[in-house]
Ligand binder design. Structure first.
Ligand code: AMP
Length: 325
């Protein structure tokens, strides 16, 4: 089970942190993937653009390879049971631990005019989404590690107090560790709504990709042969590893190690490989996005599957909590 907020267009971080795992998991597990529209209200209370943003994220999910026949692909707000479970879990989450969450502290700094209770209990809502399907594997990027720790804490607390209803959820990734795709300007991670020129979106056209990649931060020139890579250079190599051929990566590694690397050439190559990766997804997503009827049917079908699982879980929850009189 996992979700992506409709707060902007999907980017490489969403793809390599989350979607790439979803696509592989759909053939191996029973999967629930949602557009987290309720979560987006904690930072984006204006709902004028929400419908088209939901459609955008949904079409990008499908264009990347998610098959709505194989998984439950749905919209969070269509499953009312989420709100009920969120309420119960809120009674098991303490103000002190929620206030210590890194993402909450970041948001307090970035939107001091709107420090709402939903923002504080964001990890509780996320736990409700996961537990609603009694899911054990949650494919997410590295930025979600702390939230998943909290989900495990709330789950243990529920099970301890009311009986063993839920498996303990774990952050999941097919590789050896969770992924963090860095921003092109070396200032943090790629993100939907911040730092847009340093993020590569799945909807960027070829020219924009070239412009962004060429501007990516590098230092003035190669260091002495054999020295370790500065962070900005390490980031470019990391991005290269996501989309380029091993022979290309080897060439630039060798050039780096013997001090002959030309960062301009490396970025040009990276831009072309990014274009090869992003263009087919962008084109597919555009075609899907124009078919509103199809997207509506996908959401209805996904909600039907998710509701069935949510209803069964909530029967167990109410019974375990003694709320069945
Ligand atoms: P969000 O965009 O915050 O709704 O996150 C959706 C999914 O994408 C989550 O699983 C995040 O962990 C993942 N994600 C977002 N940004 C990145 C990034 N820069 N690197 C890796 N994963 C990311």
């Amino acid at each position: 089970m996992s979700g992506i907020r409709p707060t902007g267009f999907l980017h490489l971080g969403n793809y390599f942190g989350a979607l790439r795992n979803y696509i592989r998991m759909q053939d191996e597990y029973e999967c629930f993937f949602m557009v987290a529209d309720l979560h987006s209200l904690t930072t984006h209370p204006d709902t004028k653009e929400l419908k088209s943003n939901v459609q955008h994220v949904l079409s990008e999910n499908i264009a990347c390879g998610l098959d709505p026949d194989k998984v439950a692909l749905y919209c969070q707000s269509h499953i009312y049971e989420t709100s009920e479970l969120y309420l119960y879990l809120n009674m098991l989450a303490y103000k002190g631990e929620l206030e210590k969450t890194t993402t909450f502290k970041d948001k307090v700094r970035s939107q001091p005019e709107n420090v709402n209770a939903g923002l504080l209990t964001y990890p509780v809502l996320q736990t409700a989404d996961i537990l609603l399907h009694r899911a054990s594997l949650v494919p997410v990027g590295k930025d979600q590690e702390q939230h998943l720790e909290m989900s495990r804490t709330f789950t243990k607390r529920f099970n301890h107090r009311y009986g063993n209803v839920f498996p303990e959820p774990k952050a999941f990734n097919y590789g050896s560790e969770l992924v963090r795709v860095p921003a092109l300007d070396g200032s943090g991670k790629m993100s939907k709504s911040e730092n847009q020129f340093a993020t590569l979106y799945l909807s960027d056209d070829d020219e924009l990709i070239r412009k962004k990649v060429i501007k990516a931060k590098t230092d003035t020139g190669p260091l002495a042969p054999g020295s370790s890579k500065p962070e900005a250079i390490g980031n470019i190599f990391l991005l290269l590893k996501l989309v380029s051929d091993p022979s290309v990566i080897n060439k630039f590694e060798t050039d780096y190690n013997n001090g002959s690397i030309r960062y301009g050439d490396m970025k040009k190559q990276l831009a072309e490989d990014m274009i090869k990766f992003i263009t087919p997804i962008r084109q597919k997503a555009e075609a899907i996005r124009n078919d509103e009827n199809y997207l509506k049917k996908v959401m209805e079908k996904g909600a039907e599957k998710a509701r069935k699982s949510a209803k069964a879980t909530m029967e167990l929850v109410r019974q375990a909590m003694g709320l069945n009189y």
